[in-house]
Design a protein around this ligand. Structure first.
Ligand code: IMP
Length: 482
């Protein structure tokens, strides 16, 4: 693992404290050839770090883990604010690959406190396995904190998820089957069980029994399924409670204090903007708030404590599950992108639907998240394509151009994407570390995405490894400024 040096990056008279790993080269990219690496100074007394949200700008699976891992070097705390083990991301460190479903990727940095906040829904069996898996690989989880207010996924949630999907037939949502939707539904119905309840055997028994009375009635009478036994659940979940007890606490004061103290809090979004229950492509969405605003709802931190929002997007688009996808490629190019990008779910292994980058979606994400900058990923996956397309708008049934994402997008059958076609490139990008090192056509692609999205690109990823990242230091510094 890297042991980054503490550095000061000075930008327009503002200093930002960053721990920059030795393998990352920082160069000014704007205005021609790379200039000198910024002067590194000793940290100053009382210097405050920005609190950042990292959010998926598409339909999830944007490789947020990699940028979170990168930024976590500088953060005292990484907080996961929503979703559950429907999420999943991989982080590559050297030759090691780590897959995470619940625990923030920041756990790979030994000094970083990692929080599963109140907006998360937790399947405790999965979490215990993830903890044990990390420990077996020598990764300490001593800095893990779990909110007592996070809701617990129970066996009946997983069962309900499967039964409801089967009942929907052709109209199924294509959920991950992890019980996410039913757990959030119980939370809203105020019948949910929280981590704090799980830690108290008496309270857990009473709340479980009350919940099971209702759940078993639905399972047996609506679905003709077998009822669930309280005793078996109590025994299994009692073991999880024992394993997780050291980590459970009231996290809102911890997060608020770190955010106020200027220690640098990184809020890690799960899923993506278009899967948001309110602002996504409803009903083909998840049941939480992946958007940047979800960081406030899901952690107890106030909006004034957030200084920047980094949107993560691939250089193309993917989606899993059902629902609208205007730039989807159902041809050989889609298959090529899937194969080259290893576009199979980290959580479910499902092949992801692949298509061209849609900047209507990116502009929408920029708007609803208030994006400060973009982390553009998977540029290397497009290498070798003769030409590369970017979705810039849609045309509707009347032949009109639609530039903004329509609220009724999931039900529009008349929309067709309008593309801009750019020449492709064939050069290997995997060792490029500066924008100036990209082939001209790849650089043109990045610049065009930036123009169309209306958001500056701060990082470009050219491979899965930590160091396979081009950092536009001036853009990142501006975004990270408090
Ligand atoms: P659920 O979150 O399992 O209820 O699934 C609802 C929808 O969100 C489905 O279309 C899923 O495929 C999608 N979804 C949930 N989590 C993720 C994710 O982490 N990445 C991409 N899609 C997701």
């Amino acid at each position: 693992m890297d042991s980054p040096a503490l550095s000061i990056l000075v930008f327009r008279g503002h200093s930002i404290r960053l721990r920059i790993p030795s393998h990352i080269t920082w160069r000014r990219e704007k205005g021609g050839p790379a200039a000198a690496i910024p002067k590194l100074e000793a940290p100053q007394e009382g210097e405050a770090l920005a609190n950042l949200v990292v959010v998926g700008a598409q339909w999830g699976d944007e490789a947020k883990g990699k940028i979170v891992d990168y930024l976590a070097q500088n953060a005292a705390m990484v907080v996961r604010y929503g979703g559950g083990n429907n999420a999943g991301h991989s982080v590559t460190v050297g030759s090691d690959e780590y897959k995470f479903h619940l625990i923030p990727a920041g756990i790979l940095h030994p000094e970083t406190v990692c929080v599963l906040a109140d907006g998360v829904v937790i399947d405790p069996g999965v979490l215990v396995k993830e903890i044990e898996g990390l420990q077996a690989r020598g990764v300490s989880v001593a800095n893990l904190r779990i909110s007592a207010a996070a809701h617990v996924i129970l066996p009946y949630h997983r069962l309900q998820d499967a039964l409801e999907e089967a009942r929907r037939g052709d109209d199924k949502l294509g959920t991950t089957g992890r019980g996410i939707g039913p757990a959030y539904a119980d939370k809203a119905a105020r019948t949910g069980i929280r981590m704090g309840d799980l830690m108290d055997p008496e309270r857990f028994t009473a709340r479980l029994q009350a919940a099971l009375d209702d759940k078993n009635a639905v399972l047996t009478k609506v679905y003709g399924a077998e009822p669930l036994e309280a005793a078996a659940i109590l025994e299994e979940y009692g073991r999880y409670a024992h394993a997780l007890r050291p980590f459970v606490c009231d996290t809102p004061p911890l997060v608020a204090q770190a955010a106020r103290n200027g220690k640098g809090v990184l809020f890690e979004g799960a899923q993506g903007t278009l899967l948001d229950i309110d602002l996504g492509t409803y009903p083909f969405v998840t049941s939480s708030h992946p958007i940047a605003g979800g960081a406030c709802l899901g952690t107890g931190v106030g909006p004034t404590q957030i200084h920047a929002v980094i949107g993560v997007a691939k250089s193309y688009t993917t989606r899993v599950g059902a629902g609208v996808f205007p730039t989807e490629l159902l041809d050989a190019t889609g298959d090529t992108i899937r194969d080259r990008g290893h576009e199979y779910g980290t959580t479910t292994g499902r092949p992801r639907r692949c298509g061209w980058l849609d900047t209507v979606v990116l502009r929408y994400a920029a708007q609803v998240n208030g994006l400060s900058c973009l982390a553009l990923g998977h540029l290397d996956v497009l290498t070798g394509l003769e030409e590369v397309k970017i979705g810039v708008a849609y045309t509707n049934g009347a032949g009109e151009t639609v530039r903004d994402l329509p609220g009724d997008l999931p039900f529009r059958t008349d929309l067709a994407p309008v593309y801009e076609t750019l020449p492709g490139w064939s050069e290997d990008l995997s060792s490029v570390r500066a924008l100036t090192g990209l082939p001209a056509n790849a650089r043109r692609f990045v610049e065009r995405v930036q123009d169309l999205a209306g958001v500056p690109v701060a990082t470009v990823s050219v491979g899965p490894a930590r160091e396979q990242t081009i950092v536009l230091d001036d853009v990142l510094a501006r975004a990270l400024r408090r």
